[in-house]
Design a protein around this ligand. Sequence first.
Ligand code: CA
Length: 224
Amino acid sequence: MKVLVVEDDPSVADGIVDGLSDAAFEVHHSATGAAALADFSSFGPDIVLLDLGLPDMDGTDVCRALRKQGSVPIIVVSARGDEIDRVVSLEMGADDYVVKPFGMRELIARIRAVSRRTNAPESPVGPTERVLGPLTINTRTQRVALSGEDIHLTPTEFELLVYLTEDPGAVCRRSDILNDVWDTNWFGTTKTLDAHVAAIRKKLGHAGWIESVRGVGFRFGQPA
Ligand code: CA
């Protein structure tokens, strides 16, 4: 698996590059936002680890620019552990968020989890298209359309929407969503879940698509 590491601090970058190389990842390092955008095309990574504090560009702008180029998974790696950055990153299209300092084992686990859910093989049985009023979700082509207009979701947003629409109207418990979509109940994921739900609601143009069930989780519905 090819990993693009975007990090301006040489000591942090060296640690990540060495650790990932030891774990048999193919790694390329970019030290600036501009280099990352150029290297993204030439290297063609399967996943991007993106530091938010870069010398030439804000990491969230890099995230937005990468997201425009396709659906490659992006994990934001940041020293800024505050809630705003986490939410902004996820809304900018990042799939996950890891706060420095972190251990290599945690980072590799996050990479594997994100990559597993974005490359999950399609279920061999069952219909590939779900039609929920004006909303169409195709699990084979991974396309979502609302009243015929394509809606662009990140890989994780797509997985979450597929999960929520498996049984429309049924309540999905937070812990079940976290286990099934994020694989694990790690620190901070419950806010990550909220940020992804918020992002999907925004893209679908109505909060009523995903109803919050207080203290339990979420229920997929159709806005009145
Ligand atoms: Ca930095």
